[in-house]
Design a protein around this ligand. Structure first.
Ligand SMILES: Nc1ncnc2c1ncn2[C@@H]1O[C@H](COP(=O)(O)OP(=O)(O)OP(=O)(O)O)[C@@H](O)[C@H]1O
Ligand SMILES: [Mg+2]
Ligand SMILES: [Zn+2]
Length: 151
């Protein structure tokens, strides 16, 4: 039997699959949808999968950029990025958490040097990957809700 898709097939674009259930909204936010992007997007939430539930986001006619992939890794560490070309999965890769997170999360400490007028990029050390915990390289403050602090 042919696999049934919850969302119609797309010709070209990106499928972000295996998103932590409930986090599709945050992925849309990272992609700038709907604020700065008018691409056609389909979302499926709480879809049954091999390991419990997941969310899926499909964006037509847009291939995702590496900076967005790094942000998605923070809120959906098991996500796969599938680049669709002519209806087929042309490329597939897993998002990856780096050991250091530079320039994509802001420090929650208002007096941190990374929040001053100095041109210092925010920088965090990953101290635990699952569940994700990070501390500021400069002031060692740990943000309470990482997803709220994605720049
Ligand atoms: N043309 C398409 N349009 C929309 N979605 C697609 C298209 N082709 C594949 N997908 C979706 O992209 C995801 C990855 O497709 P793939 O065929 O690699 O599935 P898979 O073998 O289940 O992969 P995985 O092991 O990563 O779950 C699936 O969610 C699939 O439904
Ligand atoms: Mg699958
Ligand atoms: Zn700091």
């Amino acid at each position: 039997m042919k696999k049934e898709l919850k969302i119609p097939r797309i010709k070209n674009g990106t499928v972000i699959d295996h998103i932590t259930a409930g986090n599709a909204i945050k992925v849309l936010h990272i992609l700038g949808i709907p604020k700065t992007s008018t691409f056609v997007v389909s979302v499926a939430m709480n879809v049954k999968s091999r390991m419990g539930k997941k969310d899926i986001v499909k964006v037509e006619n847009r291939e995702i950029d590496p900076k967005e992939v790094d942000k998605i890794a923070l809120i959906a560490p098991k996500a796969t990025i599938n680049i669709i070309r002519d209806y087929e999965v042309a490329e597939k890769y897993l998002v990856k958490l780096p050991d250091e997170i530079i320039g994509i999360v802001s420090c929650s400490n208002p007096t941190c040097v990374s929040n001053s007028r100095e041109p210092v990029k925010s920088r965090f050390k990953v101290i635990c990957k699952d569940p994700l915990r990070i501390i500021c390289y400069y002031c060692e403050r740990e943000p309470e809700d990482i997803s709220e602090r994605i720049i």
